[in-house]
Write a protein that binds this ligand. Structure first.
Ligand code: CO8
Length: 286
């Protein structure tokens, strides 16, 4: 993966100088991380892999700082259209790092707003696809829920086991689950800590689908999204997410205004002209 990334980087280096998107590509590739891996499976997709295998990708503060940096670098890179976030076969992430948390006091966590930076993923403008295999528990489940689309392999197990530790979800699980699967099922997960299989999560509408080769499928989906007009992709993400927060009437008004706004783009002219002329659209993201 890295050698492929390196190949893209060196190819890019040869053609660099005048192209800002290529320069930021190099920045993404050249950052050294300890707890995550970053690569570019193809020029338009960033792949971020959580990499603390011995701790089942427990989400420590240093890991999260690296993750946020990699995510925001990818978000700022104009060559990238979508981001895939994954873990290992055994664990997407087994939650916040319990060993890091166990001795903390209320005054520390409250004063220092412990783990507040977890929410930053939801500020990204580009789509993020979670490719989940193995355990996605506690903060790991919440991290998947913060992504825009979840694909799961048949081995995936989702759960909010915080109740077994004497706490509750703190990274948005109790709220996002209510939206995703309804109150009764969310309540069951939060109060029992039970893990659900990929198949059950699929039936519940918590994920998009169960698939073998989940990372490849996620990259394929990210590549397809990247081939669309990026202004429309960004707008699509924005309006769907607004559905979480607005009333139906406000949401419909916001969607209509955003739809109208896209008529100011070259991509709308190109997309509709290409349809009428029976050819493939060449979007310029402008
Ligand atoms: N934190 C730290 N270390 C962990 C974690 C974790 N969450 N999960 C696993 N590990 C470590 C184990 O301690 C073990 O390390 P070692 O080899 O040094 O003993 C190693 O990973 C392997 O784990 P196991 O031996 O336990 O592996 P098993 O295959 O037997 O079990 C399980 C796998 C079932 C996943 C088990 O490890 C487990 O139950 N893990 C804890 C799951 C959990 O409770 N997660 C919730 C954590 S709390 C949380 O996420 C709150 C989020 C709040 C966010 C707030 C944002 C503002």
């Amino acid at each position: 993966m890295f050698s492929r990334a390196f190949q893209i980087t060196t190819t890019a280096l040869r053609t660099v100088s005048r192209k800002p998107s290529v320069i930021s590509t190099i920045r993404l590739m050249s950052t050294q991380y300890e707890h995550i891996l970053t690569s570019r499976p193809n020029p338009s997709v960033a792949l971020i892999t959580l990499n603390r295998p011995k701790a089942l990708n427990a989400l420590s503060t240093p890991l999260f700082l690296e993750l946020n940096k990699a995510l925001f670098d990818a978000d700022a890179d104009q060559g990238i259209g979508a981001i895939v976030l994954t873990g290992s076969d055994k664990a997407f992430a087994a939650g916040a790092d319990i060993k890091e948390m166990k001795d903390k006091e209320f005054s520390d966590v409250y004063k220092n707003n412990f783990l507040a930076n977890w929410g930053e993923l939801s500020r990204l403008r580009k789509p993020v696809i979670a490719a989940v295999s193995g355990y996605a528990l506690g903060g790991g489940c919440e991290l998947a829920l913060m992504c825009d689309i979840i694909l799961a392999s048949p081995t995936a197990k989702f759960g909010q086991p915080e109740i077994n530790l004497g706490v509750i979800p703190g990274g948005g699980g109790s709220q996002r689950l209510v939206h995703a699967i309804g109150k009764s099922r969310a309540m069951e997960l939060v109060l029992t800590g039970r893990m659900v299989s990929a198949q059950e999560a699929d039936q519940w509408g918590m994920i998009s689908r169960v698939t073998d080769n989940v990372v490849e499928e996620a990259i394929k989906m990210a590549t397809e999204i990247s081939s669309k007009g990026q202004l429309a992709v960004q707008a699509g993400k924005e309006v769907v997410n607004a559905g979480y927060e607005l009333t139906l009437a406000e949401g419909l008004r916001f969607e209509r205004r955003t739809f109208h706004g896209l008529f100011a783009t070259k991509d709308q002219k190109e997309g509709m002209a290409a349809f009428a002329e029976k050819r493939k659209a060449e979007f310029t993201h402008s």
